[in-house]
Design a protein around this ligand. Structure first.
Ligand code: ATP
Length: 427
């Protein structure tokens, strides 16, 4: 983990937020490579969950919502973690994350657990009174539930169908940590899939498989992934069943995504509190019902961390160590690096021409600094699957070398065949 965080900082994936002021706990900033990786993760999710399906549509709801939403959803009452404080040093912990009645570091006794609400509050409008108090959303799901009727009325969607959303969420976590694993500001990718009540368990089964396979498709190694069914004691009172996709992080198996059968809990709660009808009339079987919901809920930041950890390798090559991120070609921030062997003309001019030719088709980077060995090392560390090297011979034979990150093989390819050759390798 330490090595990865240092690589992330050195190469520009992520940095502690407001670092020049000493940082702020639970918030990280994404640098150029981090933004690219995150954006690729989100695109991959959107492509699979929305664009490639005819039964899912997307929305983008506000982060700030009418505060009644959070009363109806149960968050004001129940979105809490049990908090204990060490009576000696006054540090605070999540009660379910401490191992005994005393603080291991100083032997101080813990207080009784109190429920601590994780929602951030802020004020809307010109008065700082509680009448205008609003919350930063702690999940994107509620923006979907409150728009259920809007989607039903404005589209052709009929159950079983889903509404998807990607967006920021905020939780005042008692103990943020493990770099971008547990944050106070993070991004979620959530689908609410609305089904006829009798089909709920079938769809839970379907979505848990789909979601598990999605991570395999992004190149995560199967042995580091597992599906874990929630025990009866873990389930929320309304939930019919739930699974976590878990990943074997350096700090142990932990949740990467949750998939839950939520019954009609959410729509019924909002129906009651808002007075609006959130049922659906199926005119084929002539039956009115409140759809049940299956929810796969994933984290952008956590997926990104997983992809980086899973891709991280230290290898020995001809007596030398190399660090390589074996990121899947679909998410790698840079797909093709263009590297002229030297900074001399007319070599750089030719290399720039090649880069211009490739840039519209791939995520490319042109680099002519430092020795070629150092440049390969940098591209390996940031996970670039292919490098195109332009050397002095290229001026004569109008060809370049494609170096592969994983096999470290080098093949000579005519310049006019570079595009199809790379297309084939990156497909
Ligand atoms: P925990 O019990 O670990 O606090 P949770 O079960 O409440 O988490 P969910 O509400 O199921 O988490 O959130 C769905 C997904 O959103 C998680 O699987 C994770 O990927 C992401 N997520 C939740 N909280 C955080 C956070 N604090 N930082 C980063 N990602 C998060």
């Amino acid at each position: 983990m330490e090595k990865l965080v240092s690589l992330a900082k050195r190469r520009g994936f992520f940095f502690p937020s407001s670092e020049i002021y000493g940082g702020i706990q639970g918030v990280w900033d994404y640098g150029p490579l981090g933004v690219a990786l995150r954006s690729n993760v989100k695109q991959a999710w959107w492509r699979t969950m929305v664009e490639l399906r005819d039964d899912v549509v997307g929305i983008d709801a506000g982060i700030l919502m009418n505060p009644r939403v959070w009363v109806a959803s149960g968050h004001v009452q129940n979105f809490t973690d049990p908090l204990v404080e060490c009576k000696k040093c006054h540090q605070r912990f999540r009660a379910d994350q401490v191992s005994g009645p005393r603080h291991e570091d100083d032997g101080g006794e813990f207080t009784e657990a109190q429920q601590f609400n994780l929602m951030f509050k802020t004020f809307m409008g010109p008065m700082e009174s509680s009448a205008t108090q609003v919350y930063l959303r702690p999940e994107t799901a509620q923006g979907i539930f409150v728009n259920f009727a809007n989607i039903l009325n404005s589209t052709r969607m009929r159950p079983p169908f889903g509404i998807a959303q990607i967006g920021k969420a905020f939780r005042n976590e008692i103990t943020p940590g493990n770099s971008i694993f547990r944050l106070r500001e993070f991004e979620q990718m959530e689908l609410e899939y609305f089904v006829p009540p009798a089909e709920e368990m079938k769809w839970l089964d379907y979505w848990k498989e789909e979601r598990f396979n999605w991570y395999l498709g992004l190149g995560v190694r199967r042995e580091n992934l597992r599906l874990r069914a929630h025990g009866k004691d873990e389930l929320a009172h309304y939930a019919r069943g739930a699974f976590d996709v878990e990943y074997q992080f350096p700090f142990g198996w932990s949740e990467l995504e949750g998939i839950a059968a939520r019954g009609d809990y959410d729509l019924t709660a909002h129906q009651k509190a808002s007075g609006r009808d959130l049922s659906y009339f199926d005119d084929i079987v002539r039956e009115r019902y409140v759809p049940h919901v299956v929810e796969p809920s994933a984290g952008v930041d956590r997926t990104m961390l997983t992809l980086m950890i899973d891709a991280y390798r230290e290898e020995e090559v001809r007596g030398e160590q190399r660090v390589v991120l074996k990121l899947h070609r679909s998410v790698a921030p840079i797909q093709v690096a263009i590297l002229p062997l030297s900074r001399k003309e007319p070599l750089t001019e030719l290399a720039k021409q090649v880069e211009h030719q490739l840039r519209p088709h791939f995520r490319t980077e042109y680099d002519d600094t430092q020795s070629i060995g150092k440049r390969y090392r940098r591209q390996d560390e940031i996970g670039t699957p292919f490098a195109v090297t332009i050397d002095f011979e290229s001026l004569n034979d109008r060809a370049a070398t494609i170096r592969s990150r994983d096999e470290m093989t080098q093949v000579r390819v005519p310049l006019d065949e570079l595009l199809p050759a790379l297309r084939e390798r990156l497909a």
